[in-house]
Design a protein around this ligand. Structure first.
Ligand code: FE2
Ligand code: FE2
Length: 263
């Protein structure tokens, strides 16, 4: 099974920042890149911050761009999304629907089980996992304790060292989350977004990783800057391939580069 992961699309309405970021054009290039992949991924995982402000008009721009994907895709919300608008904009995505305040779901139809958590907090940038969300996770993992599983969540459950992003990281429920997942040996990976770049860290008995943004990247600065910056390092995606020895991850960039040249 081959999964592609993209993240932090930040589709936004016209404005000064949108001209700079060009989120729509970047997403189009990303979709074209994924559609050209051979072998084609079975599924695209999109790990949150689908829009900039959670506005209906932004989801109206997002949806036709995603519908150009030749590959089925799964969505999770990030801190820039709106649960209500996301559900209303993708009514045919049954896994998003329900009357719960959070969008958490499992997909059990693939060799790799997908468990999606919602770390978003309405009107805030940071993430949380409250008791209700953690209880759901504990019960869900207990149902399939040996099947290969990935957990999706927007805010990563570790400090990255990019301080101003850690300040708006998963601020509540992180220790309890780690305690819940620690006994399981079947969690291949915790796949996250929010950081707009690739970062990895051991969490419990597995590895948590973040994915590049499809448009702008968070500047790598492990010092103590007074402000958070983004830049236009090449955007990217990840490919997660499930084989006999577990999940292997490739980081890939989007863009046109010289080559290939034969060795
Ligand atoms: Fe983001
Ligand atoms: Fe985010």
């Amino acid at each position: 099974m081959l999964l592609a992961q993209i993240s932090d699309l930040h589709i936004q309405l016209a404005g000064a920042q949108s001209e700079l970021i060009q989120a729509e054009a970047h997403l189009s290039r990303c979709v074209d890149t994924l559609n050209r992949l051979d072998p084609r991924p079975d599924l695209v995982l999109i790990t949150g911050d689908l829009t900039e402000s959670g506005k209906k008009e932004e989801y109206l721009i997002l949806k036709p761009l995603l519908e150009k994907l030749d590959i089925p895709y799964l969505l999770i919300p990030g801190n820039h999304d709106s649960t209500a608008m996301l559900r209303a904009s993708f009514p045919e995505h049954a896994y998003l629907q329900g009357d719960t305040p959070f969008i958490q779901y499992t997909i059990d139809t693939w060799p790799l089980r997908i468990v999606a958590l919602d770390t978003s907090v309405p009107m805030h940038s940071h993430g949380e996992l409250c008791a209700a969300r953690l209880d759901w996770l504990a019960n869900t993992l207990a149902q399939e304790p040996s099947r290969p599983t990935v957990v999706l969540m927007h805010h990563p459950p570790f400090n990255t060292g990019i301080k101003l992003m850690d300040d708006i990281g998963l601020l509540q429920g992180r220790e309890a989350f780690t305690e819940i997942i620690a006994p399981y040996r079947n969690i291949e990976r915790i796949l996250c977004g929010h950081l707009h770049r690739t970062i990895m860290c051991r969490v419990g008995n597995t590895v948590a990783s973040t994915c590049p943004g499809t448009a702008h990247q968070i500047t790598l600065n492990l010092g103590s800057p007074s402000a958070l910056h983004f830049n236009f390092e090449p955007p990217g995606y990840q490919l997660h391939s499930l084989g006999a020895h577990g999940l292997v991850t490739h980081h890939a960039v989007i863009g046109e580069f010289p080559g290939p040249y034969q060795f």
